[in-house]
Design a binder for this molecule. Structure first.
Ligand SMILES: C[S@@+](CC[C@H](N)C(=O)[O-])C[C@H]1O[C@@H](n2cnc3c(N)ncnc32)[C@H](O)[C@@H]1O
Ligand code: SF4
Ligand code: SF4
Length: 333
């Protein structure tokens, strides 16, 4: 029984955050939107399901049917949480959203400096939208990734969140501890390149655990005992969290990570999964139940955590072993 569904209702976005898979592979992105009709077909009874409108390649609020999809799911007993940059749509649109009883995570990384990571967004518009949503009684959390260039604005954002009646939380992302990003800011043909760093205490707290996992992945002489220990430390969104992920291209995955791996063909995932027909996880061909009853979901995915398995994807170990040490940490204040 599935309890949680992450929906990438759009693979289009108004922003160009330098650490995002869409920005890094913009030539590979084919922007698409899920439709209300598809959602109604896949979820005729959404009662009791927790939907997360997030994704890998886009922002939910860019989908022209975002409001209609939200209303359908809420009116039929679904719970919804958005993750959004908040920089699109009118104040009226946000006011209407504020009446629907959903939960919005506004991912805003700074006040005046927000556009340095959230490239192409306009803080004044985001502030207006947050205010409109708040005025209508909307429930929200301001989620703030602390980088070197925006740490001086954390306190101001926290106060603003309080005035809006929002929760406030900071977030780390392991990727920010492994990479500096280069943001291209400014007018289209005259972009200024700005290097974005995350140093010191702002880094992900479990960096050393992930480095150890990377060593384990690369070690060619792993013992059976070490392998079993690592496998038993995996906390899988699908098997343990009873969650699924649906991409804007209508494909169903156990999580955003494998959808992302397929998008970039990391770990040779496409070759490994080529034994399956091309539409094996396409919801325009099969129902959710049909896909989830395949051998892949019933058994092979779990078996594939063993590095000797022919479908093994090391990403399962990197992101989910040691109880998800790799994954974003959110600290509420
Ligand atoms: C691809 S975004 C999709 C949702 C939406 N467009 C957004 O940005 O909130 C997926 C998630 O990654 C987060 N994210 C983006 N860049 C990040 C980074 N460098 N470190 C940690 N999380 C990041 C986003 O805030 C969002 O929660
Ligand atoms: S707002 Fe989200 S989807 Fe858009 S570029 Fe930024 S991280 Fe990616
Ligand atoms: S990466 Fe692998 S282990 Fe982690 S949630 Fe996805 S399928 Fe499960």
């Amino acid at each position: 029984m599935i309890k949680r569904v992450e929906l990438e209702i759009s693979s289009d976005c108004n922003a160009a955050c330098p650490g995002c898979a869409r920005t890094q592979n913009i030539d590979l992105v084919k922007p698409t939107n899920l439709t209300l009709e598809q959602i109604q077909t896949w979820f005729p009874n959404p009662m009791g399901i927790k939907f997360k409108f997030c994704g890998v390649l886009g922002d939910p609020i860019v989908n022209p049917q975002c409001m209609a999809i939200t209303k359908y799911l809420v009116d039929n007993g679904g719970e919804i949480q958005y993750s959004t940059n908040g920089g699109r749509n009118s104040a009226d649109w946000w006011r209407e959203l504020g009446t629907l009883g959903i939960d919005v995570h506004f991912c805003v990384d700074g006040t005046e400096t927000n556009h340095i990571y959230r490239v192409n967004t306009n803080y004044k518009i985001i502030k207006r939208n947050m205010q409109a949503y708040s005025d209508a009684g909307g429930k929200a959390t301001w989620i703030y990734i602390v980088f070197d260039h925006n740490e001086h604005e954390v306190e101001q954002a926290q106060q603003l969140a309080q005035q809006l009646g929002f929760n406030f939380a900071t977030r780390t992302g392991m990727r920010n501890s492994f990479h500096n990003w280069v943001a291209k800011i400014g007018k289209k043909n005259d972009k200024v390149k700005k290097v974005i760093r995350t140093t010191g205490a702002k880094q992900h707290s479990k960096l050393e655990v992930v480095k150890k996992l990377d060593k384990f992945i690369q070690d060619e002489n792993k013992s059976q005992e070490q392998i079993q220990k690592i496998i038993s430390s995996i906390s899988c969104k699908y098997y343990h969290g009873l969650e699924i992920f649906i991409g804007a291209d209508s494909t169903l995955w156990p999580c955003c990570f494998l959808y992302d791996s397929d998008f970039n063909n990391r770990d040779g995932i496409r070759e490994k999964y080529s034994a399956y027909p091309s539409d094996w996880n396409d919801l325009n061909t099969y129902t959710i139940d049909q896909i989830l009853s395949t051998d892949y979901y019933q058994k092979s995915l779990r078996d594939s955590w063993d590095p000797s398995h022919n479908l093994h994807i090391s990403r399962c170990i990197r992101t989910c072993a040691e109880n998800r040490s790799y994954q974003n940490e959110i600290r509420y204040s």
